[in-house]
Design a protein around this ligand. Structure first.
Ligand code: DC
Length: 220
């Protein structure tokens, strides 16, 4: 299989920055699958669909056209042609996305789209189930972790513009999201048996990128 690098792990583990950095370093494309689940969630909220109601979510989740651009220097995400890269990062979407992504019909649709984009490879794909479900044959699988405190601090920094996003609030919301993402029935967040685990708590971004690039080169 041509190079596919699966990057899984919980929120705030540094997956996005590391994945983009690895894609740039190796001249690969980049896909943020979390952005796709966020985009569906954004659309459902916009359209007044009760996101905790799995049947209602399933009934409508096929409607929005989700498109992802894979340039690591300028990744894009659109819903029905509208750029949603900013609104999908709001707390409203962040706090609703776990419920939406636990619905099997949503996952089936996203996984099919993701496999289409992965195509014949040459891509770094970040998410929760890439090494386990989306691309189980990926030659390079990484499971990125970091301590809960570091992850909350990183997330709070991402949300600095949001006045409600203190470290304490972020940590509680993140713990809830990780719990939901790890305990849902449909492809929960879990480390693939053959994934290489990197704990980024004590590592710089450059060190994480270097470690993944080294792994990728071993597989050439
Ligand atoms: O990586 P992120 O925080 O942007 O992801 C948002 C949510 O999407 C996350 O809480 C769980 C879900 N997700 C998923 O279920 N499977 C993926 N491959 C990626 C994200």
């Amino acid at each position: 299989m041509p190079l596919v690098i699966a990057m899984d792990g919980p929120s705030g583990s540094g997956k996005s920055s590391a994945s983009k950095g690895v894609a740039r370093a190796l001249g690969l494309r980049y896909l943020d699958t979390g952005a796709m689940y966020r985009a569906v969630t954004w659309w459902l909220l916009e359209n007044g669909v009760p996101v905790e109601d799995a049947a209602a979510v399933e009934a409508r989740a096929g409607e929005p056209a989700i498109a992802s651009g894979t340039d690591p220097d300028a990744p894009t995400i659109t819903v029905d042609g509208t750029d949603v890269s900013a609104p999908i990062r709001t707390r409203a979407v962040t706090n609703a996305v776990s419920a939406v992504s636990s619905v099997p019909a949503v996952r089936a649709r996203m996984v099919a789209l993701q496999r289409e984009i992965i195509g014949s490879g040459g891509i770094v794909v970040e998410g929760r189930d890439i090494g386990t479900v989306v691309a189980p044959d990926a030659p390079v699988k990484v499971y990125l972790t970091a301590s809960e405190e570091i992850r909350a601090a990183r997330r709070a920094k991402d949300l600095a513009a949001d006045p409600g996003a203190s470290v304490t609030v972020t940590q509680a919301e993140q713990a809830r999201r990780d719990r939901l993402d790890s305990t849902r029935k449909a492809s929960p967040l879990t480390r693939a048996g053959d994934a290489y685990e990197i704990d980024s708590t004590e590592l710089s971004l450059a060190e994480v990128i270097e470690a993944v690039v080294r792994l990728a080169k071993e597989h050439e």
